[in-house]
Design a protein around this ligand. Sequence first.
Ligand code: ATP
Length: 228
Amino acid sequence: MLEVSGIAAFYGAAQALFGVSLCVREGEALALLGRNGMGKTTTIRAILGLTPPASGSVRFAGRPLSGLAPHRIARLGLGLVPEGRQVFPTLTVAENLVATARPGPWTVARVTALFPRLAERARQPARTLSGGEQQMLAIGRALMTNPRLLILDEATEGLAPLIRAEIWAVLGRLKAEGLSILVVDKDVRALSALADRFVVLEKGRVAWEGQGASLLADTPRLHALLGV
Ligand code: ATP
């Protein structure tokens, strides 16, 4: 479904990615890991055309994305839950959900069935929500675009344990329903339960790729790659 081949990306003269390749197959969950500053967010930005790759290619559903504006790429079926949530603070929860919605099976009713708290808070401005509720809203807003691939940058960063567990459970349900997922997070155990494969970045390169369980079983490598 998503094929990233040998992409390089720069911020001005500073190179952040040096030939990153990865793929997400239909119905698969892929975890993207790495310590701070290793290039996870830049990889996502490159896929979405926000930091267009200087070389290499990104294909989605067989279609090359190079040269397409980010909103056109998103419309092909890539839904982003950005780092730091970035909900629209002055809009209500209900308004946030419909702001970028596109027609498809995901509706407000289905999102609020997944996250009942969003129904309770439908008329509140998004800025009055807790961090966890804002993350639920960011996920709901991305689902309302009816994506074929859901991309989460830091799925549970900074959230309370109970909320984190709720978000992992929801991602498990979405995957079981057949949604393809690309997820960045630091929780290797939760990622290992969700994701079919891990891709670990180090200094803008893929340093390791394989099943999460085999990385979890290799303590020295886990420590070297992720510092955990
Ligand atoms: P984190 O977990 O901290 O978000 P990351 O793995 O997502 O890290 P990136 O944000 O992709 O890493 O950063 C990769 C590299 O690009 C880092 O060296 C970072 O300093 C650099 N970088 C990121 N954003 C910019 C920017 N806007 N301008 C210049 N350099 C940047």
